[in-house]
Write a protein that binds this ligand. Structure first.
Ligand code: PXP
Length: 237
C-alpha cells in the first residue's frame, strides 16, 4: 500500500484569514497522524501566506511520522531547512502571484543551482525530493542530481477535461513512474489528487507516496460541519 502524506497548508490558510490562533495546522497534523497518515507536509512559502515559521518549528517537535517541508530552492529556505531538519525537503518552483504551485521544477534547466542545494541538504542529513512534471528529461536530471525522490506533478492529469486527455496524462504518469523506479529513485506523487482520481492513481504501483492537501482539507470542513453546528446548538441550549 502506498503511503499517504497530508498537506495541512489549507488549515493555516483559514487561520491566516483572521490572523488568529485557530485552526492550528499543528493540531490538524496530530489528528491526521491519529487517523493513520504516514506523513505531514507543509509548504513554507516566501510570502508566508499560510504556514508560518513557528508552525514548521513546532511540527518538527510534534510530528511522529515524517515531516516533509516543501520549499523553494533559495538560500533563506535552505538555511531554515538546515535548522529545522525535516525528514524530507521537497524542492518546488515558487511564484509570488500563483494560487498554488504551478507546474514542476525545471531540473534539467536549473541543474547547476539545484546541485548545490541538494548537496547542502544531504550534508545536513535531509532527504531530497524534486517536484517535477512526468517527463523523462526531468527524471534523468533528478537522477543526475542524486535526488532521493521525485514527486510527480499530477496536476495536469487531475485537471484533464476529457477522458482521452486524462488517459493520455495517466499514461505519461505511468511511463514516468516506471522510469524513475528503473533509475532507483523513490516516487511520490501529488497535486490535485482527490477522492475520484485516486482510483486511477492507486493503480500506478510504482508510486510509493501520495501527497494530498486540498481535497482532504475540503472534505474535513464539510464532514465536520454537522458536528460543529450541533455542538454550538447544544451550548446555546
Ligand atoms: N505536492 C506539491 C509539491 C504541492 O505544491 C502541493 C500543493 O501545496 C501538493 C502536493 C498538494 O496538492 P493539493 O493541495 O492539490 O492536494
Amino acid at each position: 500500500m502506498p503511503r499517504l502524506a497530508i498537506n495541512v497548508d489549507h488549515v493555516a490558510t483559514v487561520r491566516q484569514a483572521r490572523l488568529a490562533a485557530e485552526p492550528d495546522p499543528v493540531a490538524a497534523a496530530v489528528f491526521a497522524e491519529l487517523a493513520g497518515a504516514h506523513g505531514i507536509v507543509v509548504h513554507l512559502r516566501e510570502d508566508r501566506r499560510h504556514i508560518q515559521d513557528r508552525d514548521v518549528a513546532v511540527l518538527r517537535k510534534t510530528v511522529k511520522t515524517k515531516l516533509n517541508l516543501e520549499m523553494a530552492a533559495t538560500r533563506e529556505m535552505v538555511e531554515i531547512a538546515q535548522k529545522i531538519k525535516p525528514d524530507v525537503a521537497t524542492l518546488v518552483p515558487e511564484k509570488r502571484q500563483e494560487l498554488t504551485t504551478e507546474g514542476g521544477l525545471d531540473v534539467a534547466v536549473f541543474e547547476n543551482t539545484l546541485k548545490g542545494v541538494v548537496e547542502t541538504l544531504h550534508g545536513s542529513g535531509i532527504a531530497v525530493s524534486l517536484f517535477i512534471d512526468p517527463d523523462a528529461k526531468q527524471i534523468k536530471a533528478a537522477r543526475k542530481l542524486e535526488a532521493d525522490y521525485i514527486e510527480l506533478h499530477t496536476g495536469t492529469f487531475a485537471e484533464a477535461k476529457s477522458f482521452a486527455d486524462r488517459q493520455e496524462q495517466f499514461e505519461r504518469l505511468i511511463t514516468a513512474a516506471r522510469l524513475a523506479k528503473k533509475l532507483e529513485i523513490g516516487v511520490h506523487a501529488g497535486h490535485g489528487v482527490d477522492y475520484l482520481n485516486i482510483l486511477w492513481l492507486k493503480n500506478v504501483t510504482e508510486i510509493e507516496e501520495f501527497s494530498i492537501g486540498h481535497s482532504i482539507i475540503a472534505r474535513a470542513v464539510l464532514v465536520g460541519m454537522d458536528r460543529a453546528v450541533r455542538e454550538m446548538l447544544q451550548l446555546i441550549g
